[in-house]
Design a protein around this ligand. Structure first.
Ligand SMILES: [Zn+2]
Length: 196
């Protein structure tokens, strides 16, 4: 069994190491209706996808440090100057100038509310969240965009105040390092590895 592929960047070049394409033995697909006649084969194979974060890397790095980073357009010539974007976006979508990155954790802790929500009893392949998943759309004071995330304690209600929690122990460096709980939730009620 070979080691799963990893990547580091050195001298500004991606340096993949290990195995990025793995194949396992296939199996025949046979018909129980027609005397086990051969109908085809399965083709099990694994590919490791290299997902580059670019200018959004700071957002994902910060989650594991307990910080929600926002992006703000500070271009004086932009009609959207001063607009805060959450979800994070590297560039202002109005003027295409690079946004200013700032820590909006306090703003989130003080003003985050459930805009709307949906509860999903089923999910797609590779989803690792516990079901039912309580997806929430979160609004923040002074932020015109809405963040999609999930509530991991309690039941969602429109307008309820929520607080961000962060996977500080063994972070995954993905959006799964961020979740939300109702305001006033005790630290003991948080899922493993998460903290305020
Ligand atoms: Zn702008």
């Amino acid at each position: 069994m070979s080691i799963s592929g990893t990547v580091t960047v050195k001298n500004n070049k991606y340096r993949p190491k290990g195995d990025f394409h793995r194949i396992e033995p296939n199996t025949p697909i046979r018909s129980a209706d027609e005397g086990w006649k051969l109908l085809g084969v399965t083709n099990p194979r694994e590919m490791i996808y290299i997902h580059s974060y670019g200018g959004e890397a700071i957002f994902f790095e910060s989650l594991g440090q307990g910080k929600l980073m926002g992006a703000r357009c500070d271009n004086p010539k932009c009609g959207s100057k001063g607009t805060i974007y959450q979800p994070f976006r590297t560039f202002c979508s109005d003027c295409l100038v690079k946004n200013t990155v700032f820590d909006m954790t306090d703003l989130a802790k003080k003003t985050a509310k459930v805009h709307t929500f949906m509860v999903c009893e089923r999910s797609g392949a590779f989803n690792v969240l516990d079901k039912p998943i309580k997806f929430i759309n979160i609004e923040f004071d002074g932020v015109p965009t809405i963040l999609m995330s999930y509530l991991c304690v309690g039941e969602p209600k429109i307008g309820m105040r929520v607080t961000p929690i962060f996977k500080k122990v063994n972070p995954t460096y993905t959006i799964l390092d961020l979740a939300w709980v109702p305001e006033g939730t005790k630290a003991a009620a948080l899922p493993e590895g998460f903290a305020f």
